[in-house]
Design a protein around this ligand. Structure first.
Ligand SMILES: [Zn+2]
Length: 263
């Protein structure tokens, strides 16, 4: 009798097994073999903002606390008087970019250093502030090996949401010092069949809202916020495209020079 019961139980078990969905696999746990050959991940881009607040003191408060619009921060803040403040270590992920995109990169907070400029969004940027910014850009881009074309504005990476820094921001002065792209004079004629949208995309702009992308391009390169193409845009975009295509490809990682660089 016992053996019959056992046989029935076994048969039921087999039937149950045959009809049950396959059991979820336990993910394989890796074997931990620690290596000393690593360092902290570093930023590859620099994003410039303006606080759109009354003062550096007010901005410091917002950047350090929980506030009604949600928590925000940046690595650095530069006052109108040129004073430089740091709020977050460069190796940490500050919350300054929000939903944003540049080229194929969508999580800009993870890959960038954020610099806030104490500016209400209307006033011109002071000479003292831009002098400090240029020193800071020189320091960060040399240490982190950030290429000039990856120094851009918040409005460039979030064209449908953000408009900072304002059209008064001196991108040309930055480019003359070696930070950011700027069209070269004199501009060459545009070849037949040139597609300004393709060039805008190559530069890095997110084209999901085309009017916002054109507005962001104008804010950065033409000092206005027009949403329609303007005479001269194609020549500027063609030159920016040429500059990007003329850049040397990223240096292949050479383990020896990497070790030397780390020493
Ligand atoms: Zn911003």
């Amino acid at each position: 009798m016992k053996s019959v019961t056992a046989a029935i139980v076994m048969a039921l078990t087999i039937t149950a097994c045959a009809s049950a969905p396959p059991a979820a696999r336990t993910p394989q746990q890796p074997e931990w073999h620690p290596s000393p050959n690593y360092d902290v991940r570093s930023a590859q881009m620099i994003i410039i903002h303006q606080t759109e607040m009354e003062s550096a003191e007010a901005a410091l408060l917002t950047l350090q606390t929980r506030n009604s619009g949600g928590r925000v921060s940046a690595h650095y803040l530069i006052g109108k008087d040129g004073r430089l403040y740091q709020l977050v270590a460069e190796s940490s992920r500050a919350w300054h970019a929000g939903a944003s995109r540049w080229g194929g990169v969508a999580d800009l907070n993870s890959s960038s250093i954020g610099i806030e400029l104490d500016n209400d969004g209307v006033a011109p940027f002071s000479t003292a502030q831009i002098d400090t910014l240029l020193q800071l850009l020189g320091d960060i881009s040399a240490r982190l090996d950030i290429p000039r074309h990856l120094i851009i504005g918040h409005g460039d990476i979030a064209p449908a949401r953000k408009r900072d820094p304002s059209p008064l921001f001196p991108w040309q002065r930055l480019a003359e010092a070696g930070y950011g792209l700027w069209p070269r004079a004199p501009l060459a004629p545009v070849p037949a069949g040139f597609d300004p949208w393709a060039a805008l995309r190559l530069v890095g702009y997110d084209l999901r809202d085309p009017a916002a992308a054109v507005r962001a391009f104008h804010r950065h390169y033409r000092g206005n916020e027009d949403e329609q193409w303007l005479p001269g845009d194609a020549e500027i975009l063609h030159d920016l495209q040429l500059q990007l295509m003329e850049m040397p490809p990223a240096q292949a990682v050479d383990p020896v020079s990497d070790v030397r660089r780390n020493m």
